[in-house]
Design a protein around this ligand. Structure first.
Ligand code: NAD
Ligand code: 4TP
Length: 336
């Protein structure tokens, strides 16, 4: 089998009524002439990419086609009619099939990693999809494939920051159902391992945000730092993992930008994503750590409004493709 760094990347179709088709074509247009780019192909309906697309029979054909046409591996059926910019649950089965196909190719050693185009959670939920997002769904596919649980960690990379999340898509009211010592420990271990294996940082320094303002202000504005976060950090430091106690979430990102940490673990979704998307909405990348496959994604959503106006920007997808390629190469070097 070829090294994953030598294989094409599988790019999913995402929601075809959203920005996915536009940004995929624009990314291919920008990258196909760049000899340093890892070739990619899309799992989707070739009809939505117009004359720029060429249908391929196998991922093995992608590299040959990539310079001249956007390689597309067809799904089992053409898409039903849809309107760009209008969410439509009839598209859900094809959206999921596209993800399944890209993952199956990667498991089969035919693709070096998966780059997912944005999906609308609401569209998929209305069609019966029961996972909070790609992150959890991909982890379930990995577990079904390998027989081993792969607790996934969402990391956003952009604006000079790497930010992993201790909790993802959960209501704030229920955060303490999810932020337990066990889950936090798993997230820290997974992040530390991925920083070495996928980002090439031998001894990563990880900063933890607090949950409460001023990281609890010595227990006067909340006890989660004292009772959950700091004891886990202390235990892992004794094992040699370089992880801080809880620090104020309002300043830790500025500390990181001047080099204090290689990555931050934020306790909640918005605590972590606001700095990255504010600093780098157009170049930020979402990656899933802890999986046996490399997975990246643009950090933005389906952008129905921009898609309807044919104004979707490909920058974040381009960054996601580049990061997947770098991570695949780094993982191959690490695993020897
Ligand atoms: N990776 C993913 O699959 C992913 C990531 C984030 C959100 N989502 C989903 O996307 C849907 C819409 O979410 P939202 O509205 O909060 O966020 P969004 O990122 O889709 O849009 C926010 C704003 O940014 C603009 N925008 C985003 N990407 C753009 C691009 N490439 N070019 C030009 N403008 C762009 C949009 O037009 C909109 O005004 C939700 O269902 C959410 O679940 C998916
Ligand atoms: N929380 C992510 C973001 O806002 O960018 C996003 O919803 C993506 O989630 P999945 O990668 O799990 O689909």
């Amino acid at each position: 089998m070829a090294n994953s760094e030598d294989l094409p990347l599988a790019v999913t179709m995402g929601d075809p009524a959203g920005c996915g088709p536009q940004i995929t074509l624009r990314a291919w247009d920008a990258l196909s002439a760049d000899p340093g780019t890892t070739p990619f192909y899309v799992t989707g309906d070739p009809a939505i990419y117009g004359e720029a697309a060429a249908t391929i029979e196998s991922p093995a054909d992608a590299s040959r086609v990539f310079k001249h046409k956007l390689p597309v591996l067809s799904l089992s059926n053409p898409l039903p009619p849809f309107t760009t910019g209008t969410p439509d649950s009839a598209l859900a089965p094809a959206i999921v099939e596209s993800i399944d196909r890209a993952m199956a190719d990667t498991f089969a050693g035919l693709a070096g990693g998966v780059v997912t185009n944005p999906i609308s959670k609401a569209v998929l939920y209305s069609a019966g999809f029961r996972h909070p997002g790609h992150t959890e769904y991909l982890a379930e596919l990995c577990e079904a494939e390998t027989g081993q649980a792969s607790p996934p960690v969402m990391m956003l990379v952009g604006g000079g920051l790497r930010v992993a999340l201790a909790t993802i898509h959960v209501p704030l009211m229920r955060i303490l159902d999810y932020l337990t010592p066990t889950t936090l420990e798993t997230v820290i271990r997974t992040t530390a391992r991925a920083l070495t294996r996928d980002f090439g940082i031998d001894t990563p320094r990880i900063g933890l945000t607090g949950l409460n303002p001023h990281a609890g202000e010595s227990g006067t504005i909340g006890l989660e730092e004292r009772d959950i976060i700091n004891p886990v950090a202390d235990r892992l430091r004794k094992e040699g993992i370089d992880v801080s106690d809880a620090r104020s979430a309002d300043t830790i990102f500025a500390e990181t930008l001047v080099g204090r940490f290689d990555a931050v673990i934020a306790m909640t979704h918005d605590q972590g994503l606001i700095p990255v998307k504010t600093l780098d909405m157009w170049g930020g990348v979402n990656t899933t750590l802890g999986l046996p496959v490399i997975r990246t994604s643009p950090d933005h959503g389906t952008a129905y409004d921009a898609a309807a106006e044919n104004k979707a920007r490909p920058d974040s997808l381009i960054a996601a493709i580049r990061l997947a390629s770098e991570m695949a190469a780094q993982r191959a070097r690490h695993d020897g």
